[in-house]
Design a protein around this ligand. Structure first.
Ligand SMILES: [Zn+2]
Length: 156
């Protein structure tokens, strides 16, 4: 595995509570926040240590200890953690998504999504830090999405 799955270098320890929902946030690199914000949002950013809120019901995507916060409407990409399940793009670099995973499982009984992402990681193609709003590797998220879809398939 490569450095792309480790914590961001220089990221502070500790997980402060989201100012929108009190869920613990995950540190995210400032370059990720800058890359993901729409222009008017970026234009009011002040340099700070930002955290990502993954809570499904909370509209806050990024928050900082100084009170700054950016919502889903301030972010260029659709943040899958904040969207209803079913059709979400989980991998921001290569587009692995719930719809294709479901179709693949229906057709083949399994999904190759995790292996495809692994190959991209091995070839150093990932750009998670500027494409994924969470600023981190999506491999674990894709693996969980495959498990979720397999679970749905078994229930139906
Ligand atoms: Zn929140």
């Amino acid at each position: 595995m490569t450095e792309c799955c480790g914590p961001a270098p220089g990221a502070p320890r500790g997980r402060p509570a989201c100012t929108g929902c009190a869920t613990a946030g995950a540190p995210v690199d400032l370059s990720t926040v800058k890359a993901l914000l729409v222009e008017p949002a970026l234009a009011r950013l002040n340099t700070a240590v930002f955290y990502f809120c993954a809570d499904t019901k909370c509209p806050v995507v990024y928050f900082a200890a100084d009170g700054q916060r950016f919502l889903t409407s301030d972010v260029r990409a659709r943040v899958w953690q904040k969207e209803p399940p079913g059709d979400r793009a989980i991998c921001y670099c290569f587009g692995e998504n719930e719809r294709d995973i479901r179709a693949e499982i229906a057709r083949d009984g399994a999904s190759g999504a995790v292996n495809r992402v692994r190959e991209h990681i091995a070839a150093h193609r990932c750009a998670c830090e500027i494409r994924n709003p969470r600023g981190a590797c999506c491999l674990g998220d894709v693996a969980e999405a495959v498990k979720r879809v397999l679970g749905e398939t078994r229930l139906s």
